[in-house]
Design a protein around this ligand. Structure first.
Ligand SMILES: O=C(CO)[C@H](O)[C@H](O)COP(=O)(O)O
Ligand SMILES: [Fe+2]
Length: 231
């Protein structure tokens, strides 16, 4: 299962700021509100100054959410290390950071061999050009719009030219934005060409997440249609 191949909007909640003692029901609530997939944030306390959870939690979550696409956002050093345990736990996509490994190609190969889709992420200070050698090997590029490590941070609009740079060159690429994205910032993300949208606290804390998802999707879809007409 792919996410969307750049042709449609996909919205995935990050449950980082949800009540993690009720992880499965929070995930279910957000899927029932119209989400397309789950964005699960894994932090190791080294690559980022925070800890979350690892493959044992994913393994417990998987049978409670059959058929739901799990994207693992791996904010970890040596991402190669957790590829097999995550595949075994039932992850569908493994998104690692360019900054976290000295050998992205072997990490990509390992993820594919384990049967998962591949995402490649870059942090706000990282130049977008670094991903160009890998674009044809991966399923998604993640452009971080906060410095990774915590949910609920302010959106960094200065990262958006990186999305535009990629969209101008790759019409079919799934380009994901993550960090501070919600109804207030979605327009800026959509107009530069982001189509895979992670939204954490803005959705988790929203009084009507279903409406927030519908509104965000309609804005992203509008820009996708506009760009298809312009081609
Ligand atoms: O990767 C992340 C942080 O490193 C989270 O996915 C991201 O921050 C989402 O949460 P929010 O929308 O609250 O910023
Ligand atoms: Fe994330």
């Amino acid at each position: 299962m792919a996410l969307s191949n750049g042709c449609s909007c996909k919205i995935g909640p990050s449950i980082l700021n949800a009540d993690l003692s009720s992880l499965a029901s929070e995930c279910q609530r957000l899927m029932d509100s119209g989400s397309d997939y789950l964005h699960l944030d894994v932090m190791d306390g080294h690559f980022v100054p925070n800890l979350t959870f690892g493959h044992p939690i994913v393994k417990c979550l998987r049978p409670k959410m059959p058929g739901v696409f799990f994207e693992m956002h791996m904010m970890v050093e040596n991402p190669e290390r957790w590829v097999e345990p995550m595949a075994d736990a039932g992850a569908n996509m493994y998104t690692f950071h360019y900054e976290a490994t000295s050998d992205p190609v072997s990490c990509i190969r390992k993820i594919k061999e384990a049967g998962m889709k591949v995402g490649l992420g870059i942090n706000p200070p990282t130049d977008v050009e670094v991903v160009l050698p890998y674009v044809d090997m991966v399923d998604l590029i993640l452009v971080m719009t906060v410095n990774p490590g915590f949910g609920g941070q302010a959106f960094i609009a200065d990262c958006l030219p990186k999305v535009k740079y990629l969209r101008d060159r790759y019409k079919q690429l799934d380009i994901e934005v993550d960090g501070g994205v919600g109804p207030k910032t979605i327009q800026q993300c959509a107009e530069v060409g982001a189509n895979v949208i992670v939204s954490g606290s803005a959705l988790v804390k929203h009084e009507n997440p279903r409406k927030a998802i519908i509104d965000m999707r309609s804005i992203v879809d509008e820009y996708i249609q506009k760009s298809q007409l312009e081609r």
